[in-house]
Design a protein around this ligand. Structure first.
Ligand code: MF3
Ligand code: CO
Length: 266
């Protein structure tokens, strides 16, 4: 999606400290929701839990009402790639569900997404989740001051394609700060050494959207809900990170989610 964005705003150290508040709250929100992800639960229920948790903690659900978006969470069941609506759909054993959430706190946004297994899932799908999550960290490792956006893109793409998966082209990561979407766009495919220069003070959301089958997607008639063309599953993980002189700092965390899921390795 080409959001309406204008320029790259570098953040001061003080602003990055403030952004840690929003990033911690969005991380804790996903941790709260994680405890409810199970067969038999509707995605609307998950959305309500997220919204109430954010409001109870003094935050604002950034997606709710954004260009008319109807949820606090973007809900990505199986072949849904991004921007799915919370609904009466009841999660089934074997589903995967990506929950993408943005929170505003103290004037800044934090953005994170985690794709969950609902009960037992197939080995093929479990591997897609594992590789997609790993690709996010490959992208983060490449986010060094002095390198370029294309170095992040290339790290994600080569890692995923080498393992037989495909990278969604139409949807990208993005700068983030006082707005949920700022420049630069952060594609998950591309060549090393191209695109905007990475500078200390940049805060970006990196969010690989990786398909088990082909890279092609279809956007629904509502203009939002986006699925794979071949209806095979798609996975999505996202962190908000800050670029410092001495390397990237991950501002969001999956610690709360993985504690809730009983996964010990962070
Ligand atoms: N988390 C989404 C993103 O990473 C937020 C956009 S969804 C919208 O860009 F509903 F808010 F538009
Ligand atoms: Co995002």
């Amino acid at each position: 999606t080409r959001w309406q964005i204008d320029m790259i705003y570098l953040k001061t150290a003080e602003e990055i400290e403030i952004m840690k508040g929003a990033c911690d709250l969005v991380s804790r929100t996903l941790g709260e929701v994680a405890r409810w992800v199970a067969p038999g639960v509707t995605t609307l229920k998950l959305d309500t839990i997220a919204r109430e948790f954010i409001l109870d903690n003094g935050g604002k659900p950034s997606c709710l009402g954004y260009q008319g978006f109807p949820g606090t969470l973007c809900v990505e069941v199986n072949e849904t790639v991004v921007h799915g609506f919370p609904s009466a759909y009841v999660l089934q054993e074997g589903d995967i569900v990506g929950l993408d959430c943005v929170v505003e706190l103290n004037g800044y946004h934090g953005d994170s997404c985690y794709t969950f297994a609902v009960g037992e899932i197939s080995e093929a799908t479990a591997r897609l989740l594992k590789v997609t999550k790993e690709s996010l960290y490959k992208g983060i490792e490449a986010a060094k001051a002095g390198k370029r956006i294309g170095d992040i893109s290339n790290a994600v793409q080569t890692f995923c394609e080498r393992q037989g998966y495909s990278v969604v082209r139409e949807m990208c990561g993005h700068g983030i700060g006082k707005s949920m979407h700022e420049d630069p766009e952060v594609p998950n495919y591309g060549r090393c050494g191209i695109g905007p220069l990475l500078k200390p003070g940049m805060v970006i959301a990196i969010e690989p959207m990786i398909n088990l089958g082909s890279k092609n997607i279809v956007i629904g008639g509502d203009g939002w809900q986006c699925r794979t063309k071949d209806r095979k599953p798609s996975a999505h993980y996202e962190h908000t990170i800050a670029i410092h002189e001495n390397g990237p700092e991950i501002l969001t965390t999956f610690r709360y989610v993985e504690e809730a899921l009983g996964i010990t390795e962070a």
